[in-house]
Design a protein around this ligand. Structure first.
Ligand SMILES: [Zn+2]
Ligand SMILES: [Zn+2]
Ligand SMILES: [Zn+2]
Length: 705
């Protein structure tokens, strides 16, 4: 017995049989060949002997050749034929031998090639030819074994026709674990997936397309059968003798390779403008395709064909192609929309300027072009769910260098993404309604539209929540008199209402909620869902804070004790001399029972009436109005004393933290709770000045993020 001691190395693992280090990875050249030759027969002694002769000399696990039963090979397609032999593509159900986790293993079923041996009927000649092939070709075309076609009885070599094209830089095939033959493309495995599983409904056309497909050597050269409903917005551009030329949007986008050397990935562009040529008779298409097939590897291709489709209305076959292929040059840069090279400097003849790829959406964006833009989804990252419900899902995201701050400068900001109610079809109508309201009223700022990987359109708009509304109030309006404080509070309730209508609610879960403790509603501290009423609670706390000019409970720690006390009914104090109506309203906001709190719209109405009363001189007969006016006027007198007593406290206390308290006592209410009955006032305000102030504030806040 040969021992191969010099080859044994601990990096190869230990042999399970002789317990010595292996001679190559997961392979003991003394023991493993003995195992491989055991326990099988092809049914023909001469073949067995020939194969076993190779097996016994095998030095590496992955080089073992074997007799492969023909029924383990399927999807057999001819690639080429000549007088002497034919080459096929097939799927080997057993998969090829590979080492995984330092153990002998096999890949999943994968693509291999078959080659008929010229003298296939004469066994002795076959074996000679096989031995020659092993000697001459095994380096260039890795051999896996031999099989016999059970119908024709021909012997065939099972091998890898593309072995010499496999290269590390192309990355590894996910299927067979061999290096790819071109970037992110395994000629053996990927071709199989392209060829299988579709039909045009016409056998001749199927065959013709498959003949072209089988010559594909690069992922982005694949010609595919394109279902007609994947083409949108078909427009006729001209007629010819044999048919017509059209433009359309291909919803699936063009195949592209992304990534870098050894880490390439197959991908597709966004829905993309393509050209189409129709053929009145199928024969015309066949002639065209045959001509195309012959020119497939010629250097100066004028067109690039993406696929074939059939117009389901007229029955005409059409090729889907790029008319401007020969104009595209690397030096012109890449088109941001279709990812192809431009046809002239910074200009793509097909796409023109930046586009969503959908004409209706483009038109809509054009309509509001001063305000909104198309935002490619890949510019949005760090996407997180912040709200869910009947209105759809709201996300927050970072928009990479998105927000324009001046003519040639953009900055990254946090934005919100939201799908609009209604089906995809109604999206634009919903969006236009939203924009109309926005232009009349003062909705949150809309930045544009985007489309996610599921082809869902989303509106991209200003990110706002009760937290940054507070920052706005507290930092800017300490010095304001009550008339102005009320006006600002009114604007905040207006925004809050819009946020709530937009379905814009923070999400909390079993992990707790992010926030600054005193502003978080007791039910949320108790792990109940965060609702619009939880925002109203925070608003009540802010109302108290505005009255004192001091953060709530600033002199004690924001810890579990405080959380527990809040749940037991602790509420912030109000400054002396604050009108009773104001305190009552704030306390209603801080009611322990969320359903007893007013809505943002109620608050807007109520605060508006307060403000209205402070504005005018009332007769004695409007006792209530006069009383409220006088109460706020006398509260103004205490403002200077508040300013001189601003406490020292750490800003760190007011950064948002994850709040997750266990076993807080059940909440009970320290206030009487009665149903609210707000009067509806017509809007007495023209608050457009404050709206624009508030918007500016948001924009600068966002720009800081
Ligand atoms: Zn051994
Ligand atoms: Zn593969
Ligand atoms: Zn383009």
């Amino acid at each position: 017995m040969i021992v191969f001691e010099y080859k044994r190395n601990n990096n190869n693992g230990k042999c399970g049989n002789c317990n010595r280090y292996n001679t190559s990875p997961a392979w003991c050249q003394t023991c493993d060949p003995q195992t491989v030759v055991q326990g099988w027969t092809s049914g023909n002694e001469k073949i067995d002997d020939c194969i076993k002769e190779f097996q016994i000399k095998t030095t590496e696990y992955e080089n073992v050749i074997e007799c492969i039963p023909f029924n383990r090979l399927c999807n057999i397609q001819m690639i080429s034929e000549d007088v002497l032999s034919s080459i096929f593509l097939a799927t080997w159900l057993n998969g090829i031998r590979t080492i995984s986790d330092n153990k002998q293993s096999r890949t999943q079923s994968c693509g291999v090639n078959l080659k008929t041996l010229p003298s296939s009927q004469n066994l002795l000649n076959v074996l000679e030819e096989f031995k020659d092939y092993m000697q001459l070709e095994n380096k260039k075309h890795k051999v896996y074994g031999i099989t016999q076609n059970s119908i024709t009885c021909e012997y065939m070599i099972v091998f890898d026709e593309f072995y010499s094209k496999r290269h590390h830089d192309n990355g590894k095939c996910r299927n067979c674990n061999r290096y790819n033959t071109s970037p992110s493309w395994c000629q053996a495995c990927d071709l199989q997936t392209v060829i299988q599983g579709w039909t045009s409904g016409n056998e001749n056309i199927d065959d013709c397309i498959k003949e072209i497909q089988i010559k594909t050597t690069k992922c982005d050269d694949v010609i595919e059968w394109i279902p007609f409903d994947r083409l949108d917005n078909l427009r006729k551009n001209g007629e010819y003798g044999f048919g017509s030329e059209f433009s359309a949007i291909w919803l699936d986008g063009i195949r592209v390779i992304l990534g870098e050397t050894s880490k390439f990935v197959q991908s597709r562009t966004l829905p993309c403008e393509v050209n189409l040529l129709s053929f009145l008779r199928p024969q015309n298409l066949l002639n065209f395709l045959r001509e195309f097939k012959d020119s497939i590897h010629s250097e100066n291709k004028q067109y690039k064909i993406y696929g074939i489709t059939q117009n389901t209305i007229t029955g005409e076959y059409m090729i889907v192609f790029d008319k401007f292929f020969s104009d595209r040059k690397i030096s012109y840069g890449k088109c941001k929309n279709c990812d192809r090279y431009n046809t002239s400097l910074d200009w793509c003849q097909t796409c023109g300027p930046w586009t969503s790829g959908n004409m209706n959406i483009d038109n809509c964006i054009h309509e509001y072009k001063e305000i909104i833009q198309w935002i490619p989804f890949h510019r949005l990252y760090n996407i997180q769910v912040i709200g869910k419900g009947g209105f759809g899902t709201v996300f927050s995201a970072s928009w990479l260098n998105g927000k324009r701050i001046n003519a040639n400068q953009r900055t990254s900001i946090i934005v919100a993404l939201k799908s609009l109610p209604g089906s995809r079809k109604n999206f634009l109508r919903e969006f236009k309604n939203y924009m109309k309201l926005r232009l009349i009223g003062s909705k949150l700022e809309v930045y544009g539209l985007t489309r996610n990987a599921d082809n869902e359109y989303l509106m991209v708009f200003q990110y706002a929540n009760i937290g940054n509304l507070r920052n706005y109030l507290i930092s800017n309006f300490r010095k304001f008199n009550w008339k102005n404080k009320l006006k600002i509070l009114i604007d905040v309730t207006k925004y809050l209402n819009q946020i709530h209508i937009a379905g814009y609610i923070e999400e909390s879960d079993s992990e707790g909620v992010y926030g600054v403790l005193p502003y978080v509603a007791p039910e949320v501290l108790n792990k109940q869902p965060y609702t619009t009423a939880s925002d109203i609670y925070s608003f009540g706390v802010i109302m108290a804070e505005i009255s004192t000019g001091k953060p709530p409970y600033y002199d004690i720690d924001y810890d579990v004790n405080l959380a527990s006390r809040i749940c037991k009914g602790l509420r912030p104090e109000f400054a002396k001399g604050i009108p009773e109506c104001y305190i009552q309203l704030a306390n209603q906001c801080m009611n322990v029972n969320p359903s007893c709190r007013p809505t943002a719209s109620n608050m807007y109405d109520k605060l508006s009436s307060f403000w209205y009363y402070t504005m005018y001189n009332y007769d004695e007969i409007f006792k209530e109005a006069l009383g409220i006016k006088k109460a706020f006027e006398s509260a103004d007198l205490t403002i200077p004393t508040l300013l001189t007593t601003i406490p020292n406290y750490s800003q760190a206390k007011f950064t948002s933290k994850l709040l997750n308290f266990k076993n807080l006592s059940n909440s009970f209410n320290s206030f009487e709770s009665k149903p609210l009955n707000f009067q509806i006032h017509s809007n007495p305000l023209n608050s457009s000045f404050y709206d624009s102030t508030l918007q500016k504030c948001f924009i600068s806040n966002n720009a800081d993020n």
